[in-house]
Design a protein around this ligand. Sequence first.
Ligand code: UD1
Ligand code: MG
Length: 458
Amino acid sequence: MDKRFAVVLAAGQGTRMKSKLYKVLHPVCGKPMVEHVVDEALKLSLAKLVTIVGHGAEDVKKQLGEKSEYALQAEQLGTAHAVKQAKPFLTGEKGVTIVICGDTPLLTAETMEAMLKEHKEKDAKATILTAVADDPAGYGRIIRSESGAVQKIVEHKDASDQERLVKEINTGTYCFDNEALFRVIEQVSNDNVQGEYYLPDVIEILKNEGETVAAYQTGNFQETLGVNDRVALSQAELFMKQRINKRHMQNGVSLIDPMNTYISPEAVIGSDTVIYPGTVIKGQVQIGEDSIIGPHSEIENSSIGSRTVIKQSVVNNSKVGNDVNIGPFAHIRPESTIGNEVKIGNFVEVKKTQFGDRSKASHLSYVGDAEVGADVNLGCGSITVNYDGKNKFLTKIEDGAFIGCNSNLVAPVTVGKGAYVAAGSTVTEDVPGEALAIARARQVNKDDYVKKIHKKQS
Ligand code: UD1
Ligand code: MG
């Protein structure tokens, strides 16, 4: 196989987005557009991938990290000028160079493979990935001769009325013979409406040199959508969502209402899990089999076991075991580990807490900075008092302990194995195992008090 290289164009500001965020960093299903592009390109067994950065260079580099090498385009003079910046990385290399725009997030490795195949079969110096658009406005048009051979690409702004009728568009994805590309790119001029050096002009130059130029037309326009504004961004979001959701359904996950289910590209979900509407699954999430998630739940960077039910709740950066019941209206905050067969009920907040197997906090509790053993019952309204305004302290509740309703456990404090805390207690000292702690005022009944008061008042 020829050596393969890729150049990803990501230096533009993206003026049409009207955003403080650089265009290629706008997320589609939670992942920046340029990262979608780079991750797909990396499936092509590349010898080298160079991303052209300019606007927001540091942010783009931070996002992509080690996945790419970087060339800086200090001034954005057009797509040909952008590709030229990769010269120090690719000059003299023999092989094929794929050029992709950082704003085509739906493009798949399979389609790029199909383009590369056509390129090889035609023994071409350049192959363009084209598509047919219902509304081609804004895209470069593919101009073919009467015999059907590609002659050139004309940008929308430079096109004649006749040329604008053409519905076959340049997707902005190409592959080139590497040496030919860097030879002819020097000849591209900026004599056009936008005063930019257009990469598509390379096609006409090669053609005029008598070289073979090919085009691979994909039947899937959606995949080639170029995102230049927020309208296209929302379309990309929709198409990507449909693609992700279809994959999960094909893998045996039930989505009750796929239009209203939002799953990150990285999420892994086991079969027979059911996801109800209004659920948002963000980042690195794993969910086991036979679980029920939603309606209206948000799971972010967390792992969830099998046969677990999460309703109307939020789980963030945490680990939840098997056969767990969470919600409705629970909040599992970062660094929590919830064991198996646990119940976290309505209006319970858990933060940075280990919660042992079969333990329960069924109603209205705050459990933060705690180590809760197995088989613990936290009664309604139990609170770990973990913060003194400056520092956070640990509460330990050992196996089998029973915390009565409306108790405050003032950390640092330990409730020993099997101990009881009486309802309404404010516990400030350790409770030994098997003991009962009562930390509340003793009840006083004042007989006939009401009568006396009424008499005084009359
Ligand atoms: C480009 C193509 C057009 C094609 C369309 C497909 C050109 C001249 N036009 O138009 O034929 O139909 O993509 O989506 O190539 N960029 C740089 N440096 C620059 C200019 C752009 O890195 O100096 C990057 C941008 O960040 C972007 C990509 O190149 O990721 C494409 O630029 P954009 O301005 O979006 O070009 P389009 O007008 O969409
Ligand atoms: Mg574009």
